[in-house]
Unconditional design. Sequence first.
Length: 479
Amino acid sequence: MTTTTSASLDLLRARMATAIGGRMPGHIERLSWSAGQLAGWQRARLRMLLARAIDRSPFHTARLAGIDPARFELADLPRLPVMTKAQMMERFEEVVTDQRLTRDVVDQHIAASVAEAALLFGDYVCLVSGGSSGLRGVFVQTAGEYAEFAASLMRRAMAAFLAGGGQLADGLVIGIVAAASPVHSSGMAAATATGPPLRLVSAPATWPTARIVERLNAAQPPALIGHASKLAELAGEQRAGRLRLRLRAVTSVSEMLTPEDREAISGAFGVPVINTFVSTEGLVGHSDPGGMMLTFASDTCIAECVDDAGRPVPNGTASARVLVTNLHNLTQPLIRYELTDHFTPAGPSAGGFLRASVEGRSDDVFRYGATIVHPFALTTALLRAGQVREYQVRQTARGADITVVTDAGLDEAALAAAIEQSLRQAGITEPHVTINRAAAIARDPRTGKVKRFIATSHGGRSPVARPGSETQAGGDGHG
């Protein structure tokens, strides 16, 4: 089912280059669409999604009973029921439209492909997400569907590249400081988008800072994309002269971009920061360089900003949640799927695309003396362990105490050893990790969220903490 040879990875990269390249012109064209063109596209894609879901997904067949996809209108969407991550994970086999995609099969593939990207059954990209809730999510899509997602994320940068005289055949080169493992969305992109039209140069956020600096100095990418916390750290390296990049663009993903970090990054690299929201569920949004407001890819995902009762919030009012309908993933239909992010809509763009500001979600970073460790160093092993359903990580002097809500069969010693090895690779000497089982993890009574990463003071030093929780400005699983 899963092949992880270097030859197969080369074939996967070639396949992804062709898929992204073939889709990119259409994606760039849609950036200039009118509101009417966008609405027509959304209606057609939504009808296709509903037809596939009703026909091939037992979960959706039941919840969408009585719906006629051929007559369905965009205005009808709010009368469909809401779908949660807990429902999706509990009834995974009933949600997907290929019945070979059992939870066990997908989890086994994820565990086997944590180090090198591979496709399940020769066609499916399998990703995991923790999200700000700490509830593990598993997401499956075809390689072509993932290419749609990648194109929606990169099309604005590609449009600027082409407008400046660049050629698709040469490829847009971007340094990426994000997830190391291809079971995360950003890690999959970094592992597979390595040739024209998109050439990502990966320097994983879990690497020691000196190694990241060395890789980026050697590659000299004209653009850089990365987690906000890592970009802020690299801004310090740039100011100190150890990092020597001449950037034309810098983009923050996967975490809340604080005003302090925005100023530091822009000042060090001499370009205004582009902020993004990217969720593993498929929702993508971009700000203009230096801007605060995000414009979302409403042609690939419909996002409804609603209050606690599920009613649309007016412009200028923060939502309690966001309901996402993914228009390009027909493998695992997400129809009015709940994200717990808070969006404040600001009215549509001239082309009808959603515009909103986001209450970002960033995980804390841990500081061990002079060494800063990104959460991905701890979460990759947690997320690939299929038995782990929820988790909370509390920093200790030499590692972490991790509380997990888990199904039977978890090997706590092996999990602790894997996380300790990841911490060693991040530069921690003699790390120590403990795994503790719990029936549940306490949630914030106001937001219902779990604070997944708790940085503590020790040895007279205060670890660096950043507000919020996870994803590309926000987003429930992101990268």
